[in-house]
Design a protein around this ligand. Structure first.
Ligand code: ADP
Ligand code: GLC
Length: 492
């Protein structure tokens, strides 16, 4: 029998709804924690894709009024996950993405949609679903951020609260007038509560109220305490001191398994690396690149936003020409970046290929076929694609920030001499330094024995959820123990 129960609260989860790595983490962590004797049930919004995927459900919280309509909470199985689903059609039964309308703009009622999620989380935390009484509530990002705020003035003993920051750039800030409509007490609008420069900050509130704050890598945990990366919240994060820690993400080894991946041309492993080139040839065909096995083929799988630094790559197209590299890009996001990449592909037929959109299969095919994966992020809380690249034998070329700094070992001459190295890191994160690093990459490509050694090192790296899950389990248990101690009446 598992001895720790966690309620996770999150706005997206793989394989049901995904816009980025948050969904991957929410989808994979429960199974990994199960191996640590931690049972996780995850509360998510009842988007159409979620409602459609439900295989079995029962009522967990009977219909109640929530922000202008009726809601209920279901306990449901879907996509192999143990879920609570917030079924609130007036908030979630719509086309478009989890956060945006079909035209790409944020839903205007997002504060209420995610306040409803957090409120349901707080109710479940306090035992609203008979038989379910979590020891810890684990909220993810600003969308789940108000959970701790609603629990703050709970009439009964509440579970421990943990907020995980996946990206400090998204904070969920809304006008102060919404305080009452969101069901928050006047006292909450303070420097120790949700107030943030005259606005209501959903993430700010979570950082103020939660017992523990985690983020998704140790380096990002240090970076966000500085003005350069703190996005205005560095002061509060410094003030929270030891409550802030970094736990690296892993990847789901079943979803990302090159030896059993049905989306790629030819499965392979370290023992059958000779099968990998078929994937490169496939990728070259798919992206209209010259069928040259000797050309250095670079891949990109990314949201296209300032964070991800793809403009730095676009500034280096001449370097790609000079080193004779090919480029296959899969990405979606800012229209100017999308257009620049399509234009680069048009201008370099057979050398650069770009696919704009979100496509799970092509993401796997790039990991399996590219020689190197480029991740020039200006900041990166953890990053998952470099972990996939390690597992799939593509050499990660990464900016030395956040989780990228923590997960890739730079193949400098001393590391190579010592037999270490799993990729290339560069810093500062500028177009010039990326250009110089691409030249460094090309020199490595010309040394196949060294290259093969780096690929082997990468494929042997543990990128699973095992270690991270053990760290989360310890954090949850320490928090529970600490709360038990402080709840005991003192003996005088
Ligand atoms: P972020 O969450 O900041 O976008 P991560 O590296 O943590 O970055 O996670 C990105 C996830 O989304 C990975 O699983 C990656 O494969 C996937 N991904 C990103 N862009 C695309 C795309 N255009 N098509 C398919 N998958 C994508
Ligand atoms: C965010 C971050 C990314 C991280 C992911 C999952 O989207 O941008 O770095 O890997 O969350 O934690």
């Amino acid at each position: 029998m598992s001895n720790t129960t966690v309620l996770a609260v999150v706005s997206e989860i793989f394989p049901l709804v995904k816009t980025g790595g948050l969904a991957d983490v929410a989808g994979a962590l429960p199974a990994a924690l199960d191996a640590e004797d931690v049972e996780v049930v995850t509360l998510i919004p009842g988007y159409p894709a979620v409602m459609k995927a439900i295989e079995r459900a029962e009522t967990a919280i009977a219909p109640y009024k929530s922000f202008g309509g009726h809601a209920r909470v279901l306990r449901a199985d879907a996509g192999g996950l143990d879920l609570f689903v917030l079924d609130a059609p007036h908030l979630f039964a719509r086309p478009g993405g989890p956060y945006t309308a079909p035209d790409g703009t944020d839903w205007p009622d997002n504060p209420f949609r995610f306040a409803a999620l957090a409120k349901a989380g707080a109710e479940l935390a306090l035992g609203a679903s008979p038989g379910f009484s979590p020891d810890v509530v684990h909220a993810h990002d600003w969308e789940a951020g108000l959970t701790a705020a609603y629990l703050n003035d709970a009439p009964r003993a509440r579970p421990g609260t943990v907020i995980t920051i996946h990206n400090l750039a998204f904070q969920g800030q809304f006008p102060a007038e919404l305080l009452g409509p969101l069901g928050l007490p006047d006292e909450a609008f303070s420097i120790d509560g949700v107030e943030y420069y005259g606005m209501i900050g959903f993430l700010k509130g979570a950082l103020a109220y939660s017992d523990r704050i985690t983020t998704v890598s140790p380096t990002y945990a240090a970076e966000i305490r500085t003005p350069d990366f703190g996005m205005g919240l560095d002061g509060l994060l410094r003030a929270r001191g030891m409550a802030v820690t970094g736990i690296l993400n892993g990847i789901d080894e079943d979803v990302w398994d090159p030896s059993a991946d049905e989306m790629i041309e030819e499965p392979f492993s370290l023992a059958t690396l000779a099968n990998r080139p078929a994937n490169k040839a496939f990728l070259q065909r798919k992206f209209g690149l010259d069928p040259d096995p000797g050309a250095l083929l670079l891949g990109v799988v990314s949201r296209l936003s300032w964070q991800k630094g793809q403009d730095l790559l676009i500034a280096n197209l001449d370097v790609l020409d000079r080193i004779g590299a090919q480029l296959a890009v899969l990405g979606a996001g800012e229209p100017t970046l999308e257009q620049a990449l399509l234009a680069a592909a048009d201008a370099r037929p057979g050398r650069v290929g770009a696919k704009i959109g979100y496509d799970e299969a092509i993401a796997h095919q790039i990991q399996a076929g590219a020689d190197a994966l480029l991740i020039p992020s200006r900041f990166e809380p953890c990053g998952l694609t470099q972990l996939c690249a390690l597992r799939y034998g593509a050499l990660p070329v990464v900016a030395r920030v956040g989780g990228l700094a923590d997960t890739i070992v730079d193949a400098n001459p001393m590391a190579i001499a010592a037999g270490h190295g799993t990729g290339l890191q560069f810093s500062p994160v500028t177009a010039e330094m990326l250009g110089a690093t691409l030249e460094r990459l090309a020199r490595l490509w010309a040394e196949p024995e060294v290259w093969d050694r780096l690929i082997e090192n990468g494929m042997m790296t543990d990128v699973s959820w095992r270690r991270p899950a053990a760290a989360y389990a310890k954090l949850f248990r320490d928090l529970i123990a600490e709360r038990r101690l402080s709840a005991k009446p003192s003996i005088s």
